[in-house]
Write a protein that binds this ligand. Structure first.
Ligand SMILES: [Fe+2]
Ligand SMILES: [Fe+2]
Length: 189
């Protein structure tokens, strides 16, 4: 289990912030930082390789960079679903090549970025933890304000409940997810 050294974390962060600012307006930067927060929280309780998992969260949505000129709705996001993972994996590889990661670490992170939204394919502990941190970092309203319309928020919540909830494995992730879903339902009425 490797720690992510502060200095290396800052280097990754500096690289991704530039890309995330050109991602989904008002979303990709705060969402990504929220997923980093949640991954650290999950690792604290559940264990896991911080170097791989926290780096993956920083990089996971950089593939949205340049894809949207306006605030993206649920349909826009769905249309870029495949593409943002492919582009993200390529860009992640470029960024990691300049930094002190072993080839095994690079392959694992690139893999995780490339597969993170393919919910039905996720199997390994790392894949599941990335999905959990990503989902929590979408619903944590203290850290991210939704850019979706109320209707799109409902559609997204339906999707989370049918597709993501059943895939959660960690106790910590499950507890917080339940809390966030309840809060979201209160807001949506
Ligand atoms: Fe994503
Ligand atoms: Fe994400």
């Amino acid at each position: 289990m490797k720690r992510l050294e502060k200095e290396l974390e800052e280097k990754i962060k500096a690289r991704v912030v530039e890309l995330l600012k050109k991602g989904r307006p008002n979303w990709d930067l705060p969402h990504t930082l929220a997923t980093v927060y949640w991954m650290k929280k999950l690792i604290e309780v559940e264990g896991g390789d911080e170097k791989i998992l926290v780096s993956t969260m920083y990089l996971h949505d950089i593939g949205y960079s340049g894809l949207f000129g306006k605030v993206a709705g649920y349909d826009d996001v769905n249309s870029a679903w495949e593409k943002h993972q492919e582009i993200g994996a390529l860009k992640a590889r470029e960024i990691l090549a300049d930094l002190p990661f072993s080839s095994e670490e690079v392959e694992e992170i690139v893999h995780l970025v490339g597969v993170h939204d393919k919910i039905d394919l996720l199997k390994t502990k790392n894949e599941i933890m990335v999905m959990e941190a990503d989902t929590l970092g979408q619903l944590d309203r203290e850290r991210v304000v939704s850019t979706f319309s109320m209707e799109d928020r409902e559609r997204f919540l339906d999707y989370v409940e049918s597709k993501r909830v059943p895939r959660f494995q960690t106790k910590t992730g499950k507890n917080f997810l339940k809390e966030f879903i309840e809060k979201e339902k209160e807001v949506l009425g």
